[in-house]
Design a protein around this ligand. Structure first.
Ligand code: GTP
Ligand code: MG
Length: 137
């Protein structure tokens, strides 16, 4: 089985959707390996999304991701990385399929409720960005 990294983003937390999102993740067969509650500094948010540093929306993304409580988490199941991306839906909730987390809970393309690793190498960077080995047993 495979591990992936996810974040319940500040919009979803502020709008009261964190528990409902966890329920969808659980219903889809993911095991919750680790979860924590934190507020990122701008520097921490920029470091996490460094691959997007040259994008025009980078400043907005960093401000948003450091704007409130988030729930970073590690999830496990067969094919976890691809299956979580399917469950999340398209980046822009207006384009997301029915039944996806972003269709149900996201606000806009910038404030889109949930993050998920997009590849094995991404998960390998993102999991240790937030969790130490002893938190991942
Ligand atoms: P993540 O799981 O958060 O990485 O989303 P993604 O993989 O579906 O999208 P991508 O990695 O391309 O973009 C990362 C994040 O940047 C998105 O989830 C959005 O929060 C934000 N983002 C992407 N495109 C736009 C945009 O056009 N405008 C704004 N404001 N934010 C954007
Ligand atoms: Mg991405």
């Amino acid at each position: 089985s495979q591990r992936t990294f996810s974040i319940i983003k500040p919009d979803a937390v502020k709008n009261g959707h964190a528990a409902a999102i966890l329920a969808e993740i659980s219903k889809a067969g993911f095991k919750l390996v680790a979860i924590k509650k934190i507020v990122l500094t701008k520097e921490q948010a920029a470091g996490f999304y460094y691959v997007h540093a040259a994008r025009p929306f980078f400043g907005e993304l960093v401000d948003f991701m450091s704007s409130g409580v988030i729930y970073p988490m590690v999830l496990e199941k067969e094919n976890a990385i691809a299956d979580l991306r399917t469950l999340m839906g398209a980046t822009d909730p207006a384009k997301a399929d029915e039944g996806t987390i972003r269709k149900m809970f996201a606000t806009s393309i910038g404030e889109n409720a949930i993050h998920g690793s997009d590849a094995e190498e991404t998960a390998a960077f993102e999991i240790p960005y937030f969790f130490a080995g002893y938190e991942l047993k």
